[in-house]
Design a protein around this ligand. Structure first.
Ligand SMILES: *Cc1c(COP(=O)(O)O)cnc(C)c1O
Length: 357
């Protein structure tokens, strides 16, 4: 799936699985009748109202929530898909574009583990290309690895666990040459300065899908809301394949309410960014630390002399970080989420007392 093509040559009809293109989706009661009415006796719901309306099925198209997100993200609602976390759009994209035992996704190691798990669940192969040693995109290696089976390329930017953001020009050069779908996972985009989201590029690249989430900067990990932005045609395919009521009423209501007032999120992101700088500087001074990698996310990847020992030491002090030492290019690295001032001080106090040998 590689050629020197102009994005206008891109054909969803050639790329998506024929059974998905032909699929006639389940029509729920709320699909068949969408208007206002006095008496709803069409969905076999319990008729006894709760104040929150939890006796009724949720809006399968999340219209009210998408309207708010459309204002916040400055993009029309038809370009927005909402999923049960980012995991759902990742799973749907693989199902829509990859035929089991035949097609492949391409990922860039080290990266987020869900792409591989989702591919394995669907018996879809994974072509893994290692990032350059400085964590930049290895463009030549990517183009060499792409073959006729490659349908999706997952690019996580800023990348988990390395923390760096990839050059927009590099990502777009992949979009311009690859005839499959380029999925850019922007779970950490709110921690970048300035906002470098590729959502603004969607009009130019019909093969681009951008993932975001409310689980990180927005502080709603427990509510499970993932976003995908793409052409109206790709969004329509995702809506066709999703479970009809994939976002429950409680989540739709709670998220809508929180999105009315984005100032809390803005203030929290600012606090996290300030703490990121403080923590990075403090960690860099420790003799047990070899390197603190630059981060545009809400975590730091840190190389220690002995990551395993430091991990276990912190564990004994009731402080849990993520050991990423076994990941490619992450030898002796721990991934540390930026906490509150108090939590970060507890971390630094513990590390400051680490027994020197
Ligand atoms: C945390 C994270 C997500 C978020 O997943 P949700 O299912 O939306 O909570 C997505 N992608 C990456 C790379 C992440 O690190």
């Amino acid at each position: 799936m590689l050629s020197t093509f102009t994005p206008t040559d891109f054909s969803l009809e050639k790329l998506a699985r024929p059974n998905i293109l032909a699929l006639k989706p389940y029509a729920s009661a709320r699909d068949e009748f969408e208007g206002e009415a006095e008496v709803f006796l069409d969905a076999n719901e319990n008729p006894f109202d709760t104040t929150e309306g939890f006796n009724r099925y949720p809006d399968p198209h999340q219209k009210k929530l998408k309207k708010r997100l459309s204002e916040l993200k400055n993009i029309a609602a038809k370009h927005i898909f909402l999923g049960n976390g980012s995991d759902e759009p990742i799973d749907l994209l693989i199902r829509i574009f990859c035929t089991p035992h035949q097609d492949a996704i391409l990922t860039l190691a080290p990266t987020y583990g869900m792409y591989e798990v989702s591919a394995q669940i669907h018996a879809v192969a994974m072509q893994e290309v290692k990032l350059n040693p400085d964590f930049t995109l290895p463009l030549a290696d990517i183009f060499r690895a792409i073959d006729a089976s490659t349908k999706l390329i997952f690019i996580c930017s800023p990348n988990n666990p390395t923390g760096n953001r990839f050059a927009v020009a590099d990502i777009l050069s992949i979009c311009a040459r690859f005839q499959g779908i380029v999925v850019v996972d922007e779970a950490y985009i709110d921690f970048c300065e300035p906002d470098n989201s590729l959502v603004a590029q969607l009009e130019k690249y019909p093969n681009l899908v951008v993932l975001q989430t409310l689980s990180k900067a927005w502080g709603m990990a427990g509510l499970r809301l993932g976003l995908a932005f793409a052409s109206a045609e790709i969004i329509a395919l995702m809506n066709k394949v999703k479970p009809p009521y994939n976002i429950n009423s409680f989540t739709q209501q709670a998220v809508w309410k929180i999105l009315q007032n984005p100032t809390t999120k803005t203030a929290q992101v600012e606090a996290i960014l300030a703490q990121r700088a403080t923590l990075a500087a403090a960690l860099a001074k420790l003799p047990i630390v070899l390197q603190v990698f630059p981060s545009e996310a809400n975590f730091l990847l840190v190389r220690f002399r002995d990551a395993e020992a430091v991990y276990n030491y912190l564990l004994q002090h009731q402080i849990i970080v993520r050991n990423r030492s076994k990941q490619p290019l992450c030898d002796n690295c721990l991934r540390i989420t930026i906490g509150t001032v108090h939590q970060n001080q507890a971390l630094m106090q513990a590390l400051g007392q680490y027994p020197q040998t």
